[in-house]
Ligand binder design. Structure first.
Ligand code: ADP
Ligand code: MG
Length: 448
């Protein structure tokens, strides 16, 4: 039983959403859409702020996501419109000279406009096509696009990667030899794991090099490579993935994402600032990637050894690359303990940790420990997120944590179905902007 259905954000019926989008496309552009592509948002059991340190992350795709209807053009232009009420400013036209990192950086285009995510993806696919002829985008290719999402935007559930991944499939289908060889839904079966990995990497390039956000690849991998019913155990050293069954956690439990209604903007600089602290600590340790500070199967004691080494090296320093030594140490502590938590979860879900009888309570404890680390060490949490975690635990949740980059966003809660009505009632008292999403590990980006 749910206290108020309005509190729940439903993923909607894909076929209905698609058919509404296609009719709207016809009205908007005066011609038919050639197809519709979808990419999901994501939740993450653990592994925030460590993808760019080559750590392990444990994402899963949501049923909620972003739909893109599109038709090709032959003048190299992009014409884009979103149906998201807060971002919709009519049709945006992006000319060929405005596509790519230099164009975005020069400020010719309004900085921070959502169209950069889409034009960035077209640029990144062109780049990928240089080394892989099947992905080579036709020289004069452009497109009309209409976007609608069932995700909160800026809610830590990765609407940005969903937009990128749905768009890249549209461009692949409409503007490359790969798309000509595999029309419409044939694309889904034709895409190999390696193709999906390359496309996810292209979407990362778009977000990093064109939008200017410090994303490390977790979100795009989840959107492009997720598997229904599975958590992806993603090793960001080489972006290999191991799909792990989530059934053992969900037996008798539900995972819920609580969108706090506080939207963040990762391009704002705070996220980059946290990343820069951790990278300064990594350099002091003489490493290229922080994951290499820990052994293959890291434990708490290994974290202590690295921190001791950091303290020894930092002893005489007033600042570290112009940054606060204490702050760098806290980011280091978050990243290292987050890596240990990810490895623990990986082994638990792989069934390698025999003798764990209460898997939900163990996973719950790891979630909550992750939140404390996001709050105290990464320092990316915020009042409502802390309150949601506290409230969930008080209502009997096994665990809860902030997911996404922080400074706004969503909290993941592991809880029994019986405790949900009381939780929703308590959350409604915190803020009327709170929304709940059922986390049902779902499929990856696809042509519809
Ligand atoms: P998150 O990925 O956690 O939702 P981000 O700050 O990374 O938050 O990305 C949000 C940004 O992505 C928005 O500000 C907007 O620029 C773009 N975006 C995401 N979804 C859409 C959409 N449906 N329509 C237009 N822009 C979108
Ligand atoms: Mg994002």
């Amino acid at each position: 039983m749910r206290t108020t259905d309005a509190v729940w954000l439903a993923p909607g019926e894909p076929q209905e959403i698609q058919s509404d989008l296609v009719s709207r496309f016809q009205q908007e552009y005066g011609r038919a859409a050639s197809g519709t592509w979808f990419a999901p948002g994501r939740a993450n059991l653990n592994g925030e702020h460590i993808d760019f340190h080559a750590g392990r992350c444990l994402p899963m795709a949501l049923a909620h996501g972003t739909y893109v209807a599109a038709a090709p053009r032959t003048d190299g232009q992009l014409r884009l419109r979103t149906l998201d009420a807060s971002l919709d400013d009519g049709i945006t036209t992006v000319t060929p000279d405005q596509i790519g990192p230099a164009a975005a950086a020069s400020g010719r285009d309004a900085s921070g406009h959502w169209s950069h995510y889409v034009s960035g993806v077209l640029w990144a696919l062109r780049e990928l096509g240089r080394s892989q002829p099947a992905f080579a985008v036709d020289a004069d290719f452009g497109a009309d696009l209409l976007v609608v999402s069932t995700l909160p935007i800026g809610g830590g559930l990765s609407s940005s990667a969903a937009l990128e991944c749905a768009s890249i499939l549209a461009f692949l289908a409409l503007g490359t030899p790969f798309g000509q060889d595999n029309p419409l839904q044939d694309l889904n079966a034709a895409l190999t794991r390696e193709n999906r990995k390359d496309l996810a990497a292209a979407c990362v390039r778009a977000e990093v090099e064109v939008v200017g956000a410090g994303t490390g690849g977790l979100d795009q991998t989840a959107a492009m490579r997720a598997r229904p019913g599975k958590v992806l155990s993603l090793d960001c050293r080489d972006f290999s993935v191991t799909p792990l069954d989530i059934g053992c956690i969900l037996r008798g439990y539900r995972l819920i994402a609580v969108d706090t209604g506080e939207a963040h903007r990762l391009a704002d600089g705070q996220f980059g600032d946290r990343r820069a602290d951790a990278e300064a600590a990594t350099r002091l340790l003489g490493l290229d990637r922080l994951r290499d500070a820990l052994p293959e199967q890291p434990r708490k004691a290994d974290v202590s050894h690295v921190l001791e080494e950091f303290d020894r090296l930092a002893e005489q320093l007033e600042t570290l690359d112009g940054r606060s030594v204490e702050a760098c140490r806290r980011r280091l502590h978050h990243a290292l303990t987050e890596m240990v938590r990810s490895e623990k979860l990986h082994h638990l879900l792989s069934g390698e940790a025999y003798g764990v009888r209460h898997i939900a309570s163990t996973v719950g404890d790891i979630l909550t420990a992750g939140h404390m680390s996001m709050r105290d060490d990464a320092e990316v949490s915020f009042d409502i997120a802390d309150l949601v975690v506290e409230t969930a635990l008080a209502q009997g949740a096994e665990g809860a944590r902030l997911i996404g980059g922080g400074f706004g966003g969503s909290v993941l809660v592991l809880i029994t179905p019986a405790a949900i009505p009381k939780l929703t009632a308590a959350l409604e008292r915190i803020s009327r902007r709170i929304r709940l999403l059922d986390v049902a590990p779902s499929a990856a980006a696809q042509a519809l």
